[in-house]
Write a protein that binds this ligand. Structure first.
Ligand code: ATP
Length: 240
């Protein structure tokens, strides 16, 4: 057979109390791909990422990484195994500097030389962060904080990077910068699972896409095919 998926969800359902946020979701991410998970507000996208990264436990189903179940494995252990999560919004350490936030991204690692190399690499990817290395994260703009969230996740040296709406609240020019950076991250050999409300931008860089509607998978296919699908363009791309 061909390549095995690096990451797989097998029929996961995730609930918050009596509310089921994700229902019987299966998906596959192959090594070197950018896969996007799109859908409107409350569709269950962030819940899916939180389940993969061990912050939530699915009620049913399995999360499989490199052929092994990681269902119920705690978050710090998931990071160690090679999955890092860049959360939505401003969930960086606001009172710490850029530099301190980056250090925390590497907290599970002991390979000092490689950490220094990776730090240099992310500062090349995000020159804005180098300029602001000693600035308190909470005083940076929304876009700069998003960049820091992605950079911090990269310092965990992931094989799979989970990105939760990296373009949220960004000016169009910064959206372009962040999506170009995601492509460069993939070129460096990192597999990317990208959650986005900006479906157009996500489909343009992704290989494969899954569409969630109210917690249920409604559509999947090669990203280029979804870009040409009138039902997708009507629902998620404003009819363009
Ligand atoms: P958005 O794009 O708006 O962030 P999303 O697709 O990421 O949406 P989720 O954040 O996964 O959606 O939320 C899915 C559903 O789960 C929503 O109905 C939400 O209200 C609910 N939900 C999320 N977090 C919790 C929580 N901590 N407690 C209860 N319900 C929650």
């Amino acid at each position: 057979g061909g390549k095995e998926p690096v990451l797989e969800l097998r029929g996961i359902s995730v609930s918050y109390g009596s509310i089921t946020a994700v229902r019987d979701l299966s998906l596959e991410v192959y090594p070197g791909e950018i896969v996007t998970l799109i859908g409107s507000n409350g569709a269950g996208k962030s819940t899916t990422l939180r389940t993969i990264s061990g912050l939530l436990r699915p009620r049913t189903g399995d999360v499989v990484f490199e052929g092994n179940s990681i269902t119920g494995v705690p978050g710090h252990e998931v990071v160690k195994r090679g999955i890092c999560h860049s959360p939505e919004g401003r969930k960086i350490f606001q009172r710490m500097t850029v530099s301190e936030n980056l250090d925390l991204g590497a907290f599970t690692r002991k390979d000092k030389e490689k950490i220094a190399e990776d730090r240099e690499n992310v500062l090349e990817l995000f020159p804005r962060l180098r300029e602001r290395i000693d600035q308190k994260a909470g005083t940076m703009s929304g876009g700069e904080q998003q960049m820091l969230a992605v950079a911090r996740a990269l310092l965990g040296n992931p094989r799979v990077l989970l990105l939760d709406e990296p373009s949220m609240g960004l000016a169009p020019v910064l959206v372009d910068v962040i999506f170009e950076t995601i492509e460069r991250i993939r070129q460096q050999g990192v597999t990317v699972l990208l959650v986005e409300q900006n479906a157009l931008a996500a489909l343009e860089i992704a290989d494969y896409a899954y569409v969630l509607e109210s917690g249920t998978l409604s559509l999947q296919g090669p990203a280029a095919q979804l870009l040409d699908d009138p039902s997708v363009t009507a629902a998620y791309l404003g009819g363009h």
